[in-house]
Design a protein around this ligand. Structure first.
Ligand SMILES: [Zn+2]
Length: 62
């Protein structure tokens, strides 16, 4: 099972689709390098009671 979320990169504002690394958890966060501008972002995600995925991205300190 693999889940994807779409977030907007805080650096270049492109929408990127990211696979959640731990799909059996309810929530989590992980570092990711934007595929468009290659800068580091921190993705925070959580799943609601219906199993729908919500994710947010913020700039990670280099
Ligand atoms: Zn970017």
């Amino acid at each position: 099972m693999e889940d994807f979320c779409t977030v907007t990169c805080p650096h270049c504002f492109q929408k990127i689709q990211i696979a959640i690394p731990d799909p059996f958890s309810r929530s989590g966060e992980f570092d990711y390098d934007c595929e468009v501008c290659c800068r580091a972002i921190l993705v925070k995600w959580q799943r609601d009671s219906g199993g729908e995925l919500f994710a947010d991205a913020e700039a990670a300190e280099a």
